[in-house]
Write a protein that binds this ligand. Structure first.
Ligand code: FAD
Length: 259
């Protein structure tokens, strides 16, 4: 007789956990069966609560060619699932729907345009996936793509992939990474860009030549950032095919209740 859980879900072993802050961490997982996906897609992760699966979508950080899947997760106080996920470490298992979903980044990167990726904290995930894939495909110094990644966070310790992105800048000649912090007064040693991602968008769009038919903007994460950035880019003349978005939750929706 078929098991309704194993029909829909694979069990994944958590092989590694890296904590960046008390409520922000990355995990690497090994699914029990091969899991094919494209950069920009997400997996649906869950936990089994007495036969009822509590699940949510999580963008995949890893490149499709990696043996394990990687995720970057923020715990939401009062959230339904994240407090459960937060308790899991290396050696524990979670459930994952057998198929990936999502159409963000589906159209691939046009080598004739500049690409501006804008992320809030964990919204870097799909961009990290495609950048890892590009660096594997093109190797040292290669790649026809012009890409700028602007990642916003309140504090520098939330960037998560900062060193990896700095290393990628040296490997992918057309790539530039700009981390920006919105609470610099709490971090006097921070030397980098300041302001929210959407606040510095105009400056970097100018610098990077993002305009109608010359650039594409990709927005991922916080709904407020996405709404503001979309409005800025529309005022600049970009049409909807040039502004792509992956919104992590609906504007104004509160967490659904403590676990
Ligand atoms: C396509 C997609 C990809 C996603 N990828 C990721 C990812 O890579 N990493 C990740 O951590 N989350 C990601 N999310 C969000 C994730 O699916 C959950 O919504 C989140 O983990 C909260 O789940 P929860 O059950 O604990 O909270 P719930 O009880 O479901 O409450 C949800 C509410 O929590 C708040 N909330 C959710 N996420 C955040 C956040 N990051 N910052 C502030 N408030 C928030 C919002 O008010 C939201 O309405 C993604 C969502 C989508 C739709």
């Amino acid at each position: 007789m078929s098991n309704p859980l194993s029909d829909k879900y694979d069990s994944c072993l958590i092989t590694e956990r890296r904590d960046l802050a008390s409520e922000l961490w990355t995990i690497r997982v090994r699914p029990e069966a091969p899991f094919a996906f494209r950069p920009g897609q997400y997996a649906t992760l869950g936990v089994d609560l007495d036969g009822r699966v509590l699940e949510r979508p999580y963008s995949i950080v890893s490149a499709p060619e990696e043996a394990e899947l990687e995720f970057f997760i923020e715990m939401i106080p009062g959230g339904a699932l994240t407090p459960h996920l937060h308790r899991l470490g290396a050696g524990d298992h979670l459930l994952m729907r057998k198929r990936p979903k999502g159409i963000f980044l589906r159209q691939g990167l046009d080598p004739d345009r500049a690409h501006l990726f804008l992320a809030t904290v964990t919204g870097i995930a799909p961009f990290a996936s495609i950048l890892r894939q590009l660096s594997r495909s093109f190797g040292q110094g290669g790649g026809p793509h012009r890409i700028m990644l602007v990642q916003g966070a309140s504090y520098p310790h939330e960037f998560g992939y900062q060193q990896e992105m700095i290393d990628l800048e040296t490997r992918l000649s057309g790539f530039r990474y700009v981390p920006t912090v919105s609470r610099p007064w709490d971090e006097p040693s921070w030397q980098g860009e300041t302001g929210r991602a959407e606040d510095v968008l105009r400056k970097y769009s100018d610098e990077f030549g993002i305009g109608p038919r010359t650039g594409v903007v990709y927005l991922c994460g916080h709904p407020g950032m996405i709404a503001t950035a979309r409005a800025v880019m529309r005022r600049r003349g970009l049409d909807d095919s040039e502004i792509l978005e992956e919104q992590y939750w609906p504007e104004g929706k509160a967490p659904t209740g403590a676990a």
